[in-house]
Design a binder for this molecule. Structure first.
Ligand SMILES: NC(=O)c1ccc[n+]([C@@H]2O[C@H](COP(=O)([O-])OP(=O)(O)OC[C@H]3O[C@@H](n4cnc5c(N)ncnc54)[C@H](OP(=O)(O)O)[C@@H]3O)[C@@H](O)[C@H]2O)c1
Length: 263
């Protein structure tokens, strides 16, 4: 299937590992040229043909400066994938506190999981409009099942869903399609890495990390019986970005192995 992405210029945030890295590889496989960003590159990202531009997207001006740097190199931009999220903030007492952290923790989680996407999209919209391009925001099943994740994270992703759907109206009329992909539990450093969320849970519960990871699919009610491979999420992102999907506007595609129980 020709997704008509050959020669398109794509910016992927959070591209050094996990879902973002899989998205970079998927666009490159379609013949797109990819600008990849994170705070630091990784050997895995460096091994691809993507151009790396470092940026801290949690900062106030990080997203705008990133987009300016990308457009200064080449003023074309066809696709923006706002994937950076999660973050390394693990507030003290997160598991005991019903709010999962104080004001600073909430602000930091919102900065990365909501504000970065808003700021990057705002900065990129004129170029995307010229290209009649697309934006894909990476949400989370926790936006709809907030008991499955730290509360600030679930709330920020729910706000990202509202942002996606709301902006899709005006942007769509100007020719830019805005959509989201909602992953369930996906095998990435954020979830199962040595510094990931499950490692924090294992330490808090005093149980073995590998045992907790092995039990995750059942714990989450995943009918597939397995965590999701990042390449599956990447496939949905690439398809939503494709000009062959002109009617995909304001949609939110879930990929969750049966973990989400509502229709
Ligand atoms: N894994 C899951 O189960 C799951 C489920 C639902 C939704 N998601 C969502 O999927 C997206 C990707 O998650 P993942 O699991 O692939 O996470 P990951 O493995 O932790 O990768 C996160 C990426 O974001 C970058 N990043 C983190 N903080 C950043 C910052 N302040 N500025 C710029 N870049 C930053 C990281 O690189 P640096 O650290 O070098 O900056 C890395 O490239 C996130 O939006 C996450 O919320 C994940």
């Amino acid at each position: 299937m020709d997704l008509q992405l050959e020669g398109k210029r794509v910016l992927v945030t959070g591209a050094s590992k996990g879902i973002g890295l899989a998205v970079v590889r998927a666009f490159l496989a379609e013949g797109a040229s990819v600008v990849a960003t994170a705070r630091r590159s990784t050997p895995e990202l460096a091994a691809t043909d993507a151009v790396f531009v470092p940026a801290d997207l949690s900062s106030l001006d990080g997203p705008v400066k990133l987009v300016e740097a990308v457009l200064a190199e080449d003023d074309r931009l066809d696709v923006l994938v706002n994937n950076a999220g999660g973050g390394d903030e693990r507030p003290e007492g997160m598991f005991e506190d019903p709010f999962s952290g104080d004001d600073d923790a909430w602000a930091s989680v919102f900065a990365l999981n909501l504000n970065a996407a808003v700021r990057a999209t705002r900065a990129a919209l004129p170029a995307l409009t010229k290209a009649r391009g697309a934006v894909v925001n990476i949400s989370s099943s926790s936006a709809r099942d907030p008991h499955t994740a730290p509360l600030p994270y679930a709330a920020a992703k729910a706000a990202l869903n509202a942002f996606t759907r709301g902006l899709a109206e005006a942007a769509g009329r100007a020719g830019v399609r805005i959509n989201a992909v909602t992953p369930g539990a996906t095998r990435t450093p954020l979830l199962v890495g040595p510094d990931g969320l499950v490692a924090s849970m294992a330490a808090n519960l005093g149980v073995d990390h590998a045992t907790l990871v092995a039990g995750l699919p059942e714990q989450f009610g995943m009918v597939s019986g397995d965590l999701i491979d990042p390449s599956e999420i990447a496939r949905a992102v690439v398809l939503l970005s494709s000009p062959t999907m002109p009617s995909a506007i304001g949609s939110n595609w879930t990929v969750h192995g049966g973990q989400m129980k509502s229709a």
